[in-house]
Every structure is written in C-alpha cells, then in structure tokens.
Design a protein around this ligand. Structure first.
Ligand code: SF4
Length: 215
C-alpha cells in the first residue's frame, strides 16, 4: 500500500488529531502490541530516581551508548519538552518470563522482542510524521546498545561517528526518566519488577513498553 504523505498545515491537522491518535493506537495493536492507549503528556511520570537506577546498581548500558544515561536527554529536559506536547500513545508488549530474564539461552528471543518494540515505535512515529504531526518522537525499551549493537565492540555514535541504526534506535522510556512501572500500572495493565537474578518460574509475565509523543 502506498504511503500517504500529507501537506504540512500550520495547525498540524488539529481537527483530525483525536482520529489520528485512535488510528495510531489501533496500529500499535496491529503491529503486535498487547495493549495500547491514548494518554495526555500530563500523565507521563518523569522522575530523576528512574535514571538513578541506571547508575545504582550500575546497568551494563550506563555510559556505554549514546541513547543511555548519562549521554541522552535528561529527565529535566524531557519535563520541559513535554510541556509543548499534549498527547501520546503508550503501548506494552507482553513477553514470556523466560525471554525477559537475563539468560544467555534466550538472548536471541530477547533481542527480537526488544526490536519488535522499537519497530512499533519507529512505525508509529513515521506514520504521525507523514500525517503532519511532524514533531512526533518516540521512546523504546531497554538499551539500543544491547538491542542493536550487542555484537559490536562499542557504540559508534559515542566515537563521533554515525549511529549504526540511526533511524531505528531511540532512548528507552526509562533512560530519559519515565517511570514505566507507574505509567503501565496506572493504565491498568500488568507489569512486575524483574531483577537480574530472578528466575522465569517466579515471574508471572514479562512486559516491555514503548511511547510515542505525537503532538
Ligand atoms: S551505534 Fe548502536 S549503541 Fe550506539 S546509539 Fe546507535 S544503535 Fe545505539
């Protein structure tokens, strides 16, 4: 099917915004999200303590990639930016417990699951952009250092070169300080705290999340 590219309007198609938001919500489900919802940007909880958790205890991605703390957008910067936007699409993708735990045996499945989240974010962001909501942007889950460049020695963007996956990689929601647990729980969906040593048999389900800020 041919892509629809709309002429830019100074009001960013304001009259059609709600219809478009519902279209993106449906599209997220069609692309494999388990749940999707339209949210206001006032409902996005941004908290410095979230990125503190990237540092203490130190995550493998901390400082190792251009889209992870402390190299990416700071919570304070995001809070300011969100004041200029009103609506977003939040979605989750449920994954089996054995896929979400850090186990070498399921690394392929885990990387694929995270890549699927980025694909939904990328596709919705692109759809919104071409619909005239041209300032749309999105956040994925986890770290692009693991999801896209796990087999590489380093993050190329950190070396002053082009990101290997510039159109696909994004900061994760948590990397910019969004309290994903709170936001998903508030939406009425299931999410569980999963730590490094947790066993699949103890985890009811795995949940990954993504967010597209539309307008
Ligand atoms: S080069 Fe790889 S690790 Fe670095 S920002 Fe791009 S996708 Fe992420």
């Amino acid at each position: 099917m041919a892509k629809t590219i709309e002429k830019i309007r100074v009001d960013m198609n304001e009259a059609r915004l709600q219809e478009d938001l519902e279209k993106y919500r449906q599209q997220a489900l069609e692309l494999g999200a388990t749940q999707a919802a339209i949210v206001t940007t006032g409902e996005i909880p941004v908290d410095e303590r979230v990125t503190l958790k990237c540092q203490i205890p130190r995550c493998f991605g901390y400082g190792a990639g251009a889209q992870c703390p402390p190299n990416t957008l700071k919570p304070e910067e995001l809070r300011e930016l969100l004041k200029k936007y009103r609506f977003a699409i939040l979605f989750i993708k449920e994954v089996p417990p054995e896929v979400i735990v850090r186990d070498k045996a399921t690394i392929k499945e885990r990387v694929a699951a995270y890549q699927e989240v980025y694909k939904i974010v990328n596709d919705l962001e692109s759809l919104a952009f071409h619909d005239g909501h041209y300032l749309a942007f999105g956040f994925g889950a986890g770290s692009c250092r693991h999801t896209f460049c796990g087999q590489m020695e380093s993050c190329q963007a950190m070396e002053g070169k082009k990101c290997r996956f510039s159109l696909r990689s994004r900061p994760s929601m948590e990397a910019v300080g969004i309290d994903v647990y709170k936001m998903v729980a508030r939406a009425g969906w299931d999410i569980y705290p999963i730590g490094s040593g947790d066993k699949p048999e103890d985890i009811p389900k795995g949940t990954l999340a993504g967010l597209i800020i539309v307008q």
